[in-house]
Design a binder for this molecule. Structure first.
Ligand code: GRF
Length: 196
């Protein structure tokens, strides 16, 4: 039985460890054969993003849309949309993508746009989530996979993982513990979307 094609484009800005976890899961869990779920491209706003090198080595298409080359958010988002739409994605996954997207971009990918955020949303939207959790004396931290809406770090929650904050935790050590949970819940959440 043939399955519908569900191309996936992943957007990164840095190391791309979540992107790598998604690519690995797509192979190990046979997303393509089971649901037509294929990671077809990795796109970054930063030419130096380490994840691009890894993606190239995996034989994935890569592209850079450098936000420094575009005047303003609208122009950047339009160029980014053009690079993404070349792959006709069923899903666009933000994975460590450090740009705030315009409402027009979000509307264009409505229902197909997903993000992972390193906190238990709605707690700690925005940046420096681990440092803020430690400073507030939180006993638990974690990560959230959620649909992207025009409002930053809001939108339907698709998955969460809880991680204990240890007495002598530093943001770096907590981030490491949370990241390994991110690598588990993001692929699980995407698989649920593909198989729905
Ligand atoms: C992760 O903590 C992710 O939640 C946040 O960026 C961090 C780095 O992600 N958005 P990655 O290693 O580039 O996937």
């Amino acid at each position: 039985m043939s399955v519908a094609d569900q191309p996936i484009v992943i957007l990164i800005s840095g190391s791309g460890s979540n992107m790598a976890a998604l690519v690995e899961a797509s192979r190990q869990r046979r997303w393509a054969q089971r649901w037509g779920g294929r990671v077809v491209a990795v796109i970054s706003n930063r030419p130096e993003a380490a994840g691009l090198e890894w993606a190239r080595e995996q034989g994935l298409a890569t592209a850079v849309v450098d936000h420094r080359q575009h005047e303003g958010r609208e122009a950047f988002d339009a160029a980014l949309m053009q690079a993404i739409d070349a792959h006709r994605p069923a899903l666009v996954l933000l994975a460590g993508f450090m740009r705030i997207l315009t409402p027009g971009f979000v509307a264009h990918y409505q229902g197909r746009l997903v993000n992972i955020h390193p906190s238990l949303l709605p707690a700690f939207p925005g940046l420096k989530t681990h440092q803020r959790a430690i400073e507030m004396g939180c006993r638990f931290a974690g990560a959230t996979v959620h649909r992207v809406t025009a409002e930053l770090d809001h939108g339907e929650i698709l998955a969460q993982a809880v991680v204990p904050v240890l007495p002598d935790d530093t943001p770096e050590r907590l981030a490491e513990r949370v990241l390994s949970q991110e690598h588990r819940i993001y692929p699980e959440a995407v698989e649920r979307l593909l198989s729905a």
